[in-house]
Design a protein around this ligand. Structure first.
Ligand code: 5GP
Ligand code: MN
Ligand code: MN
Length: 331
């Protein structure tokens, strides 16, 4: 990771420089938390012309509605037409930026903060570390090198990001350095219980019942994934409509289904349009689901990946099973 170039790019900004921050489509806690936390830090540094945005629908899950720094967000089309610096958070490739990729071309320079192994190094300056547990680790590292002290607002954003991508400090990416960063964030006085409840443990009753129905239809394929087992389910737009829920409530469904003891791999197929599906894949360690996702046109991490599939849900699942058989890791 090119820290010196990243520090120089920020330090070299003039007082009236325009900075645009962007992150991947359907922003998760890491994308949004690292972007807003870093943005609050830039504001403390005196960067005044500062905007943040993300591609796709502008609505955010209610669980993020309390995040500090939301005032940095502008609707995509209102974002600076000619930023001096574009900073991109948590996106492995330009394909994750939707309509916003054209902002990269008009920027004076571009800085990419990311931690996906599949990152295509599409920035002028790439701060990319596949060993980082979250993009927020890189955001905090850069803020520290810029001399920006952590405060409770910055820390809340970065804590959301870190706890999201480590599965609340449960995944193997949870290194001593991750806990040390968490300790520095907590030392600002943020309340982890409140934050976790808002981010992970709050959903409308309609969503609880929707989960019940969709999980009730889950299927187990013991022969899939080289005999290690696959558990999967499909959620349609009609399911969402019946329970009057927005699409993003389904994002945590994968965490409910992946507990299945009999399956190495779990999969949720979420309908986006008539013949378009957003597919989430998780593995427990024996299968590289990012390899399967890349084959199917997507990407992600070794044990958490996704792609967009076309056709019927059954066709998409047939392709998933075929791709998983080619994604077994050596024992
Ligand atoms: P999720 O299942 O939570 O939506 O995504 C899990 C991981 O897979 C994320 O880290 C994200 O980077 C990656 N991912 C999900 N969907 C896509 C996609 O359509 N394309 C790419 N390249 N990556 C994806
Ligand atoms: Mn992300
Ligand atoms: Mn991330």
């Amino acid at each position: 990771a090119d820290w010196a170039a990243a520090v120089a790019a920020v330090r070299g900004l003039s007082a009236d420089a325009r900075v645009l921050m962007i992150c991947h489509v359907n922003p998760d806690g890491d994308a949004l938390g690292s972007m807003l936390g870093f943005g609050l830090g830039l504001r403390r540094l005196g960067v005044r012309q500062l905007q943040a945005t993300f591609p796709g629908p502008p609505e955010l899950p209610e669980s993020f509605g309390w995040l500090p720094g939301l005032d940095l967000l502008v609707p995509e089309r209102a974002a600076y037409p000619d930023p001096d610096l574009v900073i991109c958070f948590d996106a492995a490739s330009e394909s994750r930026l939707g309509d916003l990729v054209d902002r990269l071309a008009v920027a004076g320079t571009t800085l990419v903060l990311d931690h996906h192994a599949s990152n295509t190094r599409f920035g002028r300056i790439d701060l990319v570390d596949p060993h980082a547990a979250a993009t927020s680790v890189l955001a905090e590292g850069l803020l520290a090198r810029l001399g920006v002290p952590l405060d409770a607002e910055i820390a809340a954003c970065l804590y959301v990001a870190l706890s999201t991508d480590t599965g609340s400090f449960r995944f193997d990416a949870t290194t001593p350095a991750v806990h040390e960063l968490a300790a520095r964030l907590l030392a600002t006085g943020i309340r982890p219980g409140d934050i976790s409840r808002r981010i992970f443990d709050t959903r409308p009753f309609g969503a609880v019942r929707l989960f019940g129905e969709v999980l009730g239809r889950a299927r187990l394929d013991p022969a899939a994934a080289g005999g290690r087992g696959l558990v999967w389910t499909v959620a349609t737009l009609d399911d969402l409509a019946r329970y009057d829920q927005p699409p993003h409530v389904l994002e945590s469904l994968i965490d409910s289904i992946r507990v299945t003891a009999e399956a190495e791999v779990s999969c949720v197929v979420k309908q986006v349009a008539a013949e378009e599906w957003s597919v989430s894949l998780r593995s427990k360690g024996a299968v590289d689901v990012s390899r399967a996702a890349v084959v199917l046109g997507g990407g992600g991490h070794r044990f958490a990946a996704g792609f967009t599939g076309r056709g019927s849900a059954d066709e998409v699942m047939d392709r998933v099973r075929a791709a998983l058989d080619g994604a077994l890791l050596p024992a």
